[in-house]
Ligand binder design. Structure first.
Ligand SMILES: NC(=O)c1ccc[n+]([C@@H]2O[C@H](COP(=O)([O-])OP(=O)(O)OC[C@H]3O[C@@H](n4cnc5c(N)ncnc54)[C@H](OP(=O)(O)O)[C@@H]3O)[C@@H](O)[C@H]2O)c1
Length: 268
C-alpha cells in the first residue's frame, strides 16, 4: 500500500478524491497542497490530514495526485520536475486531467515515471462516484492498491486507456446532464403547483431511486421505463412528449459532443 499520498490541487475533484483517500489510506499519510493554500488548509483541518506545499508533496509522496485543470498541467509539472528528477525512490503520478494521456503526463513531467490516469466524477465526494483508471509503467500491485485506496469514492473500474475519453463523456460529464434533467423535472412539477423545495427533493430522490433500481436488479433501462408506463396511462404521455422533442437524440449527442471536446483538449 502507498505509505504517503499527496494532492497537488484540492479543488472540486482533487478535494473529493482526497476525502475518499483519507478513508481508504489505511493509516498512510495524506498531504494536501493547493495554489491558494487556505483551501488545502481548510480541507486538511476538516479531514484530519496535513496541508503543505507542492514541492513537499513532490519530494515526499509515493502517490501524487495531479488535481489541476488540463491547461494548468504543463506549468505545474514544469515547476515540480526538478524535485521529481532528484528523487531516488519510486513514486507514481496520478492524473485526473480530462484529455491528457498518460504518455503526455510523462512528457510534461520530463521522464517515464509511472503514471495512473483516472477519470473521476463529482459524486465521488459522497462515495457514489465512478472512477475509471489505467496505468502506464505502473506495477499491477500498485494498480490494485490504487483501486483499494479510492474504493470509498464509489465504483472504481480499470479500463484500457483508449476508453477513458468515452468514459469521461458519460460519467465524468454525466453529473451535469443528470442535474440538468433533475432541475427540468422539478421545474415541470413547480409548473404543476408543487412547492420548489419539495420538487427538488423528489426529483433527486427519483433519480437516485431509479439508478439504484437499475443497479440492484440489473434491469435494462427500457424495462424500468416499461414498468412505469401503464397502457393508456399518464407516463406514456410524458414519454411521447420527450420522444417528440428529441430527448434521447439530444442525450446521445450531448455525450458525443463532450467526447469530441475531451479529445480536442488532449490534442491541445
Ligand atoms: N470537476 C469535474 O467534474 C471533473 C471530472 C473529471 C475530471 N476532472 C478533472 O479534474 C481536474 C481538476 O478539475 P476541478 O473541476 O477540480 O477544478 P478546480 O475546482 O478548479 O480545481 C483545481 C484546483 O487546482 C488548484 N491549482 C491550480 N494551479 C495549481 C498549482 N500550480 N499548484 C497547486 N494547485 C493548483 C486550484 O487552486 P485555486 O484554489 O488557487 O484555484 C484549484 O483548487 C481537471 O484536470 C479536470 O479535467 C474534473
Amino acid at each position: 500500500m502507498f505509505q504517503s499520498i499527496g494532492f497537488l490541487g484540492t479543488g472540486q475533484m482533487g478535494g473529493a478524491l482526497a476525502r475518499a483517500a483519507v478513508k481508504g489510506a489505511q493509516g498512510a499519510r495524506v498531504l494536501l497542497a493547493n495554489r491558494t493554500p487556505a483551501k488545502a488548509q481548510a480541507l486538511a483541518d476538516q479531514l484530519g490530514c496535513q496541508a503543505t506545499d507542492n514541492q513537499t508533496v513532490a519530494a515526499q509522496c509515493q502517490l501524487i495526485f495531479l488535481g489541476v485543470k488540463p491547461q494548468m498541467m504543463e506549468g505545474l509539472l514544469k515547476s515540480i520536475a526538478p524535485v521529481l528528477a532528484g528523487r531516488k525512490d519510486r513514486f507514481v503520478l496520478a492524473s485526473m486531467a480530462a484529455g491528457l494521456t498518460a504518455r503526455r503526463i510523462q512528457e510534461l513531467a520530463g521522464a517515464d515515471y509511472p503514471v495512473i490516469r483516472l477519470m473521476p466524477n463529482t459524486p465521488a465526494e459522497v462515495g457514489a462516484g465512478v472512477i475509471q483508471f489505467c496505468g502506464v509503467d505502473v506495477e499491477p500491485g500498485e494498480l490494485k492498491d490504487f483501486q483499494t485506496l479510492l474504493a470509498p469514492a464509489g465504483l472504481v473500474d480499470q479500463v484500457d486507456e483508449g476508453l477513458i475519453d468515452a468514459a469521461c463523456a458519460l460519467s465524468g460529464c454525466g453529473p451535469a446532464f443528470c442535474a440538468l434533467l433533475a432541475e427540468a423535472l422539478a421545474d415541470g412539477a413547480v409548473a404543476c403547483g408543487l412547492p420548489r423545495d419539495k420538487a427538488r427533493r423528489y426529483a433527486a430522490q427519483t433519480m437516485e431511486g431509479t439508478a439504484k433500481l437499475m443497479r440492484q436488479t440489473g434491469a435494462h433501462p427500457g424495462a424500468v421505463k416499461d414498468a412505469v408506463c401503464s397502457p393508456g396511462g399518464s407516463t406514456i404521455q410524458g414519454v411521447r412528449v420527450l420522444e417528440a422533442n428529441g430527448f434521447r437524440a439530444a442525450a446521445i449527442d450531448a455525450v458525443i459532443a463532450a467526447f469530441e471536446k475531451t479529445q480536442a483538449l488532449g490534442k491541445g
